[in-house]
Design a binder for this molecule. Structure first.
Ligand code: HEC
Ligand code: HEC
Length: 231
């Protein structure tokens, strides 16, 4: 029976001719070249949603739909991160020049699409967040004090510990700064305005606490390796 079906299929190809062989695109049904797609939803779902979440939230990586994030970061920074990736994190480089799949016009379409979908006028409501980029190195010992006042109450349980070297190996200083300043509303994470002694964190405090977390990194995250079992 199976033989007959296969024979029938081959016969069909013979009748239809070589142009209709599987894998030979028909001229009138050509699929668009992947780098000509500039629809935001298509690009976002294809390349970003797996890590940043469907609709820009509840993913493993930062919720890009946070209006505070969209108010804080500028276009040039977004373009650079998408094209070149974020070294020291799992954020890949998508630009052609970095060996990625996206053309410049597609990176622009993602930036423009995020603004249209997720920026909300009036989000900052006259408040000025600490700048996107840290002004200097920061002071780790002052940062430890900031950690005690601003972070420890939520981050001392084993499941939420952020001071272990394995976690810190997966994030760079900017991604720490980002979550401290704009929070993660999808995880109920507070932003820089959270109540620290009745006031928001200053830019220096943010820089200092990042410096302290960075000082907890290890050159050999995950060490000590488990000893090979001796038999
Ligand atoms: C393999 C997972 C992964 C994919 C896919 C991915 N990202 Fe990321 N992205 C990350 C991680 C991890 C970070 C850094 C840590 C964090 O912010 O959560 C990050 C950071 C970012 C940042 C910077 C946040 C900041 O601190 O300013 C932007 C912007 C961003 N991603 C946009 C995108 C866009 C747009 C796409 C799709 C083209 C995308 N990402 C695809 C994992 C991913
Ligand atoms: C009100 C409680 C609360 C406070 C205060 C708080 N956090 Fe968090 N933090 C959370 C929660 C909840 C999460 C999410 C845990 C999870 O599910 O990964 C989190 C996650 C994080 C993460 C990891 C995000 C990720 O990608 O998994 C970092 C980094 C972080 N917080 C830094 C800080 C720092 C630094 C401070 C102090 C400036 C701080 N947090 C203050 C509740 C808090």
């Amino acid at each position: 029976m199976r033989v007959h079906v296969l024979a029938g299929v081959s016969l069909l190809f013979l009748v239809a001719g070589c142009n209709q062989m599987p894998g030979t695109p028909k001229p009138d049904s050509e699929v668009p070249r992947p780098d000509s797609v500039t629809d935001f939803a298509t690009l976002y779902n294809e390349y970003c949603a797996a890590c940043h979440g469907k609709d820009g939230q509840n993913g493993a990586a930062l919720d890009l739909a946070n209006p505070l994030y969209q108010a804080w970061v500028d276009d040039a920074t977004l373009r650079k991160i998408i094209a070149e990736g974020e070294p020291g994190t799992l954020m890949p480089a998508f630009g052609h020049e970095a060996g990625g799949l996206l053309a410049d016009a597609q990176v622009d379409a993602l930036v423009h699409g995020m603004r249209t979908a997720w920026q909300k006028p009036g989000t900052l409501n006259g408040q000025t967040p600490p700048p996107y980029q840290a002004a200097g190195q920061g002071d780790a010992s002052r940062g430890q004090a900031v950690y005690q006042t601003a972070c420890a109450r939520c981050h001392e349980q084993p499941q939420t510990k952020i001071t272990n070297s394995t976690f810190l190996a997966l994030v760079n200083d900017q991604s720490l700064r980002t979550i401290i300043v704009v929070g993660r509303p999808d995880l109920s994470h507070p932003d820089w305005r959270s109540d620290i002694a009745g006031r928001p964190l200053t830019g220096d405090e943010v820089t200092d606490v990042v410096a302290w977390l960075a000082s907890q990194r290890s050159q050999t995250p995950g060490q000590p390796y488990p000893q090979p079992s001796v038999r």
